[in-house]
Design a protein around this ligand. Structure first.
Ligand code: NDP
Ligand code: 8X3
Length: 250
């Protein structure tokens, strides 16, 4: 895998950041993306001990900024071999009749449309080269719907439908497409979902949640399979979790 190039969205935190570190250990060159510039700079500095890194600071909701960012990638970081569509979050946890339209817009614009913008910017070159691997970060929330999960679950169901669609349409070109679907992972996810409310602290209490590094290792495993092997879809729970609503808490 040494010398391959991976672009990771949402690399300033959680699963994306852990994946950047995991890839760097294996000498994969990195393009790391996120909105928080200071974090990008600090992460870049840490990763540069192990590999070459280029940072891109943009909001995936912004179509023009996304395409402009992709155009600014220097030749040393091309072609892009691996795209990790990871940027995303839940915003709010409310019954459908009480949900905020701003939250709904954020989830559909970031988790679904942002993923599509990145894909549109990067996949055509993979098609031309008949090579590449796209990993979309789905969720257990893309496979089931839980109370008050409504629009977040819808956004992740969409990610999984897009993943299957990509695998079908890109099949003639030998491009691998995978979805990785975690259950509860202890990241900044709940801080974002609950907008800083103390409720976020309770989500990972009373059991051992997945850690971002657990998912990063699985993502590396997925991209490092031999070229004839595609991991189409993987669902990963913490041992204490059986489904979205069954969690063995002490
Ligand atoms: P974090 O909140 O820790 O990380 C989210 C990342 O997405 C950050 O790097 C953030 O960067 C980036 N991001 C969010 N919004 C935007 C935006 N508008 N433009 C660009 N980047 C953005 O959460 P996780 O690591 O947990 O989440 C990563 C992915 O994993 C998400 O798709 C999430 O849905 C999925 N997931 C998470 C699970 C969990 O339990 N934690 C379980 C299953 C799936 P910045 O703010 O700097 O822009
Ligand atoms: C994140 C997992 O259960 O909070 O996708 O939706 S969950």
């Amino acid at each position: 895998m040494k010398g391959k190039v991976a672009l990771i969205t949402g690399a300033t935190s959680g699963i994306g950041r852990a994946t950047a570190h995991e890839f760097a250990k294996h000498g994969i060159k990195l393009i790391i993306c996120g909105r928080r510039k200071e974090r990008l700079e600090a992460i870049c500095e840490a990763l540069e001990k192990d590999t070459d890194v280029f940072q891109l600071n943009f909001d995936v909701r912004d179509k023009e900024a996304t395409f402009k960012a992709m155009e600014s990638i220097p030749d040393e970081f091309k072609p892009i071999d691996i795209l990790i569509n990871n940027a995303g979050n839940a915003h709010g946890l409310d019954p459908i009749h009480e949900g905020s339209i701003d939250d709904w817009d954020a989830m559909m614009d970031i988790n679904v449309k942002g993923l599509l913008y990145l894909s549109k910017a990067i996949i055509p070159d993979m098609v031309e080269r008949k090579e590449g691997h796209i990993i979309n970060i789905g969720s257990s929330a893309g496979k089931e719907v839980y109370p008050k999960g409504n629009v977040y679950c819808a956004s992740k169901h969409a990610v999984l439908a897009i993943t299957v669609g990509m695998r079908i349409d890109l099949n003639p070109f030998g491009i691998r497409v995978s979805s990785i679907c975690p259950g509860l992972v202890e990241t900044e996810f709940s801080k974002v979902r609950f907008k800083g409310d103390d409720k976020a602290n309770d989500v990972y209490k009373g059991y051992k949640a997945l850690q971002a590094e657990d998912i990063a290792e699985i993502i590396y495993f997925t991209v490092s399979r031999p070229p004839h092997v595609t991991i189409a879809d993987m669902l990963i729970f913490p041992t204490a979790q059986a489904n979205s609503t069954t969690i063995n808490k002490t």
